[in-house]
Design a protein around this ligand. Structure first.
Ligand code: NAG
Ligand code: NAG
Ligand code: NAG
Ligand code: NAG
Ligand code: NAG
Ligand code: NAG
Ligand code: NAG
Ligand code: NAG
Ligand code: NAG
Ligand code: NAG
Ligand code: NAG
Ligand code: NAG
Length: 749
């Protein structure tokens, strides 16, 4: 099975290294199963914004109240299913030249939309977009609803469903026209397969079946909650339909294959000009099953029925190659029933159920549900080549389904703190290795050393054109943070070598990006640049406080990395020969963090820091200087904790927190925690603007669609700080009266 080999290859370093894992499994004193299952999600109606999901980080299935996608067309999204629309008539990506901006006296080229190249600029932003692989729902045959019309959700009596977190499956049931219908929905934990069981007497009469439909991609920036469109166009098997799509099908009595081939034209303007995307559904079902389709008058709808049987068992394997060995439904559900309990029993765990405090109850709920959802949505495998790539949200498509490298931190870092290095190792450090060549090209084209990491990224490593995309810099030091946590768990030469090229190229860029200001005698960051908050004039943004702190942290780690390498795993402070002088020079002469009136400011010289509404809004990154980063270990410019405290106070009283979202609250909480204010930390984590729905999905808000998955990872990172502490203050920081039991946490940076 080809996908198995990919998974094995990606987790090789884990297999090699687990022997030295510091968090070797100890018997748990917590009844994890009882706690986990007490948060099983129960619904009696579909949510209009979030599905229930089963999945494995590379493929996920979103279900409505039927356990399928019957009434609400939730999505089946993968890390590898991408589609390009046709190029504009006259241009290719090579025609895109971006814009040149003055950067310290020279012109630097940035990937920004160029008004003279509007068509190709737009195309590069919108393509590729992630494709919704299929929709699967109940076909009601000749059954009708109460009004004699088509069955609607109103015709389902006693509809109920449960997501069992312990096994990663959904059980849904309802009564239709007096007859019970039961549906099980499963995902294979490591391969891209969905398993569905339908049980009902309606099957036997031939009036209940499973339909498979194929949404067509579109170019919505936020395709949520449903991805794609369902144009109605006639089609027949093995013939190109009006949408430039071909379905190649082979159906045998108990199994079959549907190959979907999408040409890049959207079909509205004529014939196709290229085959862009092709993928396979390899299907297997139990006896009595009968597959038919595509249904005339539809764009490509297949229906599987099972007359004479009261049970239909069905498995669909999704792949871009089609060389899968089909697996039985029983085999698939067994694999999931084995994998998920292993996941829950390994790694760290928090038990705050002894507390009757409503805050503890809600925090426990959010924590358990986030532990489930981050695996389903973010534990992607990142094979080094091909169309496959990362995905940190398999619920819907935000930003065309592209992923943002500055968000890697919030999506992934918690796996390290929670002792799930196997899940982290699915994508790191491979993701950085894979994007290293394109990031070296980006830096070189701009006249810098090393590698400049992109932002809004697709499988090719391209960073989508955008003013903010091209001028944001806080994604740059992330590899150092990941590497440091990795080394902490696996302090050996293998870890050092895996990250060395990445860290070296990252630090080389950081050192050459810093501009030596002869007047002040310090290295400046920017202009032009955007700080974390993405606010202000990029041409006037110089020396942002958080980025300066992060630059210093990153260079500290890079320097230490070289010392460790030359000391064969143990720090050798004399290893200066192997450390680029520029790293030390820049770290030691970076501009000081800007302080005015006793508080940090977003950047140096910002006017009206605390009185301009446009300034005290969006991400309050000033709280990250201490909340997220450890104080610098170089001894240079020790952090002034009075200023940190003043800034925290000012943020609390002045910042437009109602307009904050996502990981802002966990970051604020971690800052309060390090400052010793646990009460305030909990208040931030349970702030009304940081909401989680019944299934644990974090609310988006006016700026981003729901769910906004970085909130889930960030919450787990903050809970890890509460449970495991950090250097110099390890252990649990939960209120004593909560009687928290915690196990398996590594100490944070
Ligand atoms: C794009 O580049 C090609 C090849 O250099 C050129 O022929 C074409 O005119 C360019 N298109 C535009 C819109 O500039
Ligand atoms: C920044 O400066 C560049 C010229 O270097 C100019 O083209 C651009 O419009 C300026 N941007 C803003 C937001 O002022
Ligand atoms: C509903 O059930 C009744 C009796 O069980 C049956 O006569 C009728 O045909 C069913 N209606 C539909 C639309 O299947
Ligand atoms: C729905 O559930 C209620 C309560 O369990 C039960 O009394 C009723 O018979 C059920 N209705 C159907 C149609 O099964
Ligand atoms: C559904 O109705 C059509 C038209 O009356 C009929 O041909 C078909 O056999 C029916 N299907 C079943 C499963 O009863
Ligand atoms: C698209 O793929 C199909 C099936 O492989 C092939 O028959 C057809 O010629 C291809 N079309 C183009 C434009 O390449
Ligand atoms: C159902 O069983 C009957 C009786 O054995 C048979 O005639 C019929 O063909 C079967 N239908 C299907 C769809 O298998
Ligand atoms: C919580 O409430 C239960 C039931 O009321 C009680 O038995 C228990 O002692 C309480 N626990 C704490 C820590 O207050
Ligand atoms: C040097 O720093 C000062 C103070 O931040 C600034 O005003 C000046 O523009 C900088 N010089 C250059 C060449 O960037
Ligand atoms: C450290 O020493 C061991 C044993 O001599 C050697 O195998 C290994 O390659 C060395 N590692 C580094 C990073 O030099
Ligand atoms: C570093 O160099 C100094 C001076 O040469 C020496 O005393 C010290 O032992 C060296 N330390 C290490 C770890 O090699
Ligand atoms: C600093 O405080 C003084 C006195 O309250 C005030 O006038 C000034 O505007 C403040 N500066 C900034 C940048 O907020």
């Amino acid at each position: 099975m080809h996908l198995t080999s990919v998974v094995v290859a990606a987790s090789l370093f884990l297999i090699v290294d687990t022997t030295s894992a510091s968090s070797a499994a100890k018997p748990s004193t917590i009844n994890r199963q009882k706690i986990v299952q007490s948060f099983n999600v129960r619904r009696t109606a579909s949510s209009k914004t979030t599905p229930l999901q089963v999945g494995n980080g590379n493929l996920a299935f979103g279900a409505d109240i039927t356990g399928l996608q019957t009434f609400l067309p939730y999505n089946i999204l993968s890390t590898w299913g991408w589609h390009n629309f046709s190029l504009p008539e006259t241009a290719t990506p090579n025609n895109f030249t971006g814009l040149d901006w003055d950067t310290h006296g020279r012109l630097v080229n940035y990937d920004q939309p160029n008004p003279a190249e509007q068509a190709i600029s737009d195309w590069l932003i919108q393509n590729p977009q992630r494709i919704n692989l299929a929709r699967m729902g109940l076909d009601f045959g000749n059954l009708t609803g109460a009004s004699g019309k088509a069955v609607t959700k109103a015709d389902l009596v006693n509809a109920t469903q449960t997501l069992d977190l312990w096994t990663g499956s959904i059980l849904s049931s309802f009564v239709l026209n007096g007859t019970a219908v039961e549906i099980e929905t499963w995902a294979h934990p490591e391969e891209d397969m969905i398993g569905i069981a339908i049980r009902s007497d309606h099957l036997a009469s031939g009036n209940l079946g499973l339909f498979i439909d194929f949404p067509y991609p579109d170019t919505s920036k936020f395709d949520a909650p449903f991805v794609g469109v369902y144009p109605n166009a006639s089609s027949s098997a093995n013939v190109s339909n009006a949408y430039g799509e071909t379905f190649q099908t082979v159906f045998d009595p108990w199994y079959g294959t549907i190959q979907r081939i999408l040409a890049s034209k959207d079909g509205t303007t004529g014939a196709s000009n290229a085959n862009d995307t092709s993928y396979y559904l390899q299907l297997q079902w139990n006896n009595y099953g009968h597959m038919a389709g595509p249904t005339p008058g539809t764009k490509g709808r297949y229906v599987l029925t099972a007359a004479n049987s009261t049970e239909l068992l069905f498995v669909s394997a999704f792949s871009s190659s089609g060389d899968f060995v089909p697996m039985s439904f029983g085999g698939l559900s067994d694999a999931s029933s084995d994998w998920w309990p292993d996941y829950w029993k390994s790694g760290a765990f928090v038990d705050i159920t002894a507390s009757n405090d409503t805050q503890a109850k809600e925090l426990q709920r959010r924590t358990v549900l986030s532990q489930y959802l981050t695996v389903v949505n973010s534990a992607s495998t990142n094979p080094p080549q091909g169309e496959s790539s990362l995905s940190w949200c398999l619920v819907n498509n935000g930003w065309y389904g592209k992923f943002h490298l500055e968000m890697a931190f919030w999506h992934l870092v918690h796996f390290a703190r929670w002792g799930h290095f196997d899940l982290l190792a699915r994508s790191l450090p491979d993701m950085y290795t894979r994007f290293l060549p394109s990031s070296i090209d980006r830096a070189k084209k701009q006249g810098y050393q090393g590698a400049r990491w992109g932002k809004m990224t697709d499988p090719t490593g391209r960073s989508a054109p955008g003013e903010i995309n091209s001028l944001l810099i806080w994604q740059q030091p992330h590899p150092m943070y990941f590497a440091e946590l990795h080394y902490r768990a696996y302090p050996n030469a293998s870890t050092l070598h895996q990250w060395d090229d990445i860290i070296t190229a990252t630090a080389d860029f950081m050192a050459s990006f810093a501009f030596f200001n002869k007047t002040t005698g310090v290295y400046d960051l920017g202009p032009p640049m955007y700080p974390v908050s993405e606010t202000g004039n990029p041409n006037a943004t110089i020396n942002p406080a958080f980025e300066l702190a992060y630059w210093r942290f990153g260079l500290d780690v890079a320097i230490r990395w070289k010392q460790r390498l030359s000391g064969n795993g143990t720090a050798n402070a004399n290893a200066t020969a192997t450390i680029p002088k520029a790293w030390i020079d820049v770290r030691d002469k970076l501009a000081p963090l800007p302080v005015v009136n006793g508080t940090f400011t977003t950047y140096e010289g910002i006017p009206n820091m605390w009185s301009d509404p446009a300034t005290v809004t969006d991400h309050p990154a000033l709280a990250g200087i201490y909340g997220w980063l450890p104080p610098s270990t170089s001894g240079r410019q020790p952090l002034n904790l009075t200023v940190v405290q003043n800034t925290a106070n000012k943020i609390r009283t002045t910042w437009d927190l109602k307009n904050s979202y996502g990981w802002d609250f966990p970051m604020l909480a971690m800052n309060s925690l390090r400052l010793g204010d646990v009460k305030q930390a909990l208040a931030y984590l349970l702030d009304p603007s940081f909401a989680f729905d019944d299934a644990g999905y974090p609310a988006g808000g006016s700026r981003v669609p729901t769910p906004y998955m970085p909130s889930s990872g960030a919450l787990l990172q903050a809970v890890a700080m509460l449970a495991g502490g950090w250097d110099g203050s390890s252990g649990s920081h939960f209120p004593a009266e909560w009687n928290a039991v915690v196990e398996g946490f590594s100490v944070g940076l």
